[in-house]
Design a protein. Structure first.
Length: 348
């Protein structure tokens, strides 16, 4: 079964996507499910990370994922960071940003993610989104993740306009939903830190909403541990969007076996089993804040999902649906296994 090869570059994996979807008998997932209120066959989706282009999307759609998020795109082309882009690390559960995790020789559930939100040029990705939507089964939803490409002299309005331009392009190409990436642990510019600034996030969200109209609109955010932070963000941004997607990794620095810093000592996002506990706690806190304000905003649970039991934890915490990347990259058949396991769980 084709899977992303961490030993190869981003561009190599882009060019070596699966040629055609596998012929798989996908088990029915019990229950009635929605994504941003739209009906879907299961609560299972994939976030932007592994879905580099349409062929990767069709591959995972055939393997039981029902909401497929096109890897974050920009209004201009950008190269990926150099290898390693996925570095296994040694860690237990993380409850917030930390430092100095150690590299691991092999993947055992957690890795540091270092892509830097690369993007093909708009003419390439817009055509590919249209090609993908034409071939994706009608019951599957195509979400396109977008981000602005901040320039040194840009104002907040310029940043918002660039987000909105990419979002509009995505909708025009056929996206069923748009995700604005307000969180990237691997960049320090304003395009990746918006979730930490509620007023700025609201200004960008308002501009994007005006650009895409009623198209379902998701914002991906990072880790917010403080109740006040969460309440402020929900109050400012919740009325403008259909859903929050969380959590986009937890930040950490990484050291090589000889003690030298990896990635020039800059923090990277940690994805995998280690962030599940913190992410579920954040889902629960956001769900409470949303309920207190009487908002219809949904939550997409992301982080450390490997089994049906993990899916159930997120749903019980208040998520409408879930997305998983690490598990799907390690075992592309994981959605098939989860759907079978969900049929045996009670009280989801």
């Amino acid at each position: 079964m084709t899977r992303y090869d961490p030993a190869q570059t981003y561009r190599w994996n882009y060019d070596h996507a699966p040629v055609s979807p596998p012929a798989i008998d996908v088990p029915a997932c019990p229950g009635r499910w929605t994504f941003c209120g739209l009906p879907v066959p299961s609560p299972l989706g994939m976030p932007a990370g592994p879905l580099l282009n349409g062929r990767w999307i069709l591959h995972y759609a055939a393997l039981g994922f029902d909401v497929l998020t096109y890897k974050t795109v920009r209004s201009t082309a950008r190269e990926c960071y150099p290898l390693p882009n996925l570095q296994p690390v040694q860690t237990g559960p993380l409850i917030g940003p930390t430092c100095d995790l150690s590299c691991a020789d092999a993947m055992s559930g957690n890795w540091a993610v270092s892509f830097g939100m690369p993007s093909m040029s708009p003419d390439v990705w817009r055509a590919d989104v249209a090609w993908t939507r034409e071939r994706l089964p009608p019951e599957k939803l195509l979400c396109v993740s977008v981000v602005a490409t901040a320039q040194p002299d840009w104002s907040a309005a310029d940043l918002a306009a660039d987000f909105a331009k990419c979002a509009r392009w995505a909708v025009d190409a056929g996206a069923d939903a748009v995700e604005a990436n307000f969180s990237c642990p691997n960049v320090s510019t304003s395009d990746g830190q918006l979730y930490q600034h509620p007023d700025a996030a609201a200004a960008v969200a308002r501009t994007v909403r005006e650009a895409i109209g009623a198209t379902p609109f998701v914002i991906k955010i990072g880790h917010l541990a403080e109740e006040r932070q969460i309440d402020d963000f929900v109050a400012a941004v919740g009325p403008l969007v259909d859903a929050f997607s969380m959590t986009n990794c937890l930040s950490a620095t990484v050291r090589q076996p000889d003690g030298q810093p990896l990635f020039d000592g800059q923090p990277r996002g940690i994805a995998g089993d280690a962030i599940r506990e913190a992410s579920i706690q954040q889902v629960r806190r956001f769900a409470d804040a949303i309920q207190r304000r009487g908002l219809p905003t949904k939550i997409i649970g992301v982080g450390g999902i490997f089994t049906a039991a993990h899916v159930a934890e997120y749903l019980r915490a208040g998520a409408e649906s879930v997305q998983l990347a690490t598990a799907a990259m390690l075992d592309p058949r994981v959605a098939l296994l989860i759907c079978r396991e969900l049929s045996t769980l009670i009280g989801i």
